[in-house]
Design a protein around this ligand. Structure first.
Ligand SMILES: [Zn+2]
Length: 242
């Protein structure tokens, strides 16, 4: 899960309507769901980290910049008005969520092997909260090919595109082509899949952290692009748990 930097609020007071923050959020962290990492061209929405209503609602945070991320309809609806206790979750605006998960070609999001028991619990809580642990909804076309209708299948699809790009890069190993790959990646989303497929290419990985707007670059060593943990302190409550 891509760690992001939302930055300071663009205004001194809370927003009049939380939807007014959408443009600034999209400019800062890109048109990607903050949880599933998909690029969402339409119907991406301002996501309240702590729900604005319901039994666990925080209406006092409904219009507050620090409570906003961007969410797709799938992650948003799975999350719903569930209770969100910051200390019990890993969140992409305050923790190094890049270190928490591993992405595999079968479309799964798994816990990273190096996590402690406590970190594993937090990482699992986040997966469950937004449904990134859901199973594949297998829809086949008339040729028996998988149709990418859900987040799992879409991860599989983009994995193959990234793998093809890697194969092409081996035939044409230039920095111009590396930049093209990073730009192509932003058109598809799924930052973590591209970072995984190109795990042995620090140049591509560095380009990915730059091309995906708002990536928390301080979570990655600037030279090796290896993940730095814990995330450097960013002043947010319950931040840098990983
Ligand atoms: Zn999503």
């Amino acid at each position: 899960m891509r760690p992001v930097v939302r930055g300071d609020s663009p205004q001194a007071v809370d927003f009049v309507n939380y939807r007014d923050a959408f443009g600034e959020l999209a400019a800062r962290i890109g048109m990607f769901c903050s949880y599933c990492e998909r690029r969402i061209a339409t119907q991406l929405a301002v996501e309240h980290i702590q729900p604005k209503n319901g039994p666990h609602g925080r209406p006092d945070l409904e219009r507050r910049w620090e409570n906003f991320l961007l969410g797709c309809v799938n992650c948003n609806s799975t999350k719903g008005a569930k209770d969100v206790v910051l200390a019990n979750l890993l969140l992409p605006d305050r923790d190094n969520t890049a270190a928490a998960y591993e992405y595999t070609m079968d479309g799964k999001v798994k816990l990273a092997a190096a996590l402690t028991a406590t970190q594993s619990t937090l990482a699992t809580n986040t997966l469950t909260l937004v449904g990134l642990d859901k199973r594949l909804n297998q829809v086949l076309d008339s040729n028996g090919q998988l149709v990418a209708v859900d987040r799992v299948a879409q991860r599989m699809e983009v994995w193959l595109i990234a793998q093809d790009s890697k194969d092409d890069l081996q035939a044409n190993p230039t920095d111009t082509f590396r930049r093209q790959i990073a730009r192509t990646a932003t058109g598809h989303g799924f930052f973590s899949i591209w970072m995984t497929v190109f795990q042995n290419d620090p140049t591509v990985r560095k380009l990915l952290t730059k091309e995906f707007a708002g990536t928390a670059t301080d979570c990655f060593d600037p030279t090796t692009t290896q993940i730095i943990t814990p995330r450097p302190a960013n002043g947010l409550p319950d931040g840098s748990k990983l």
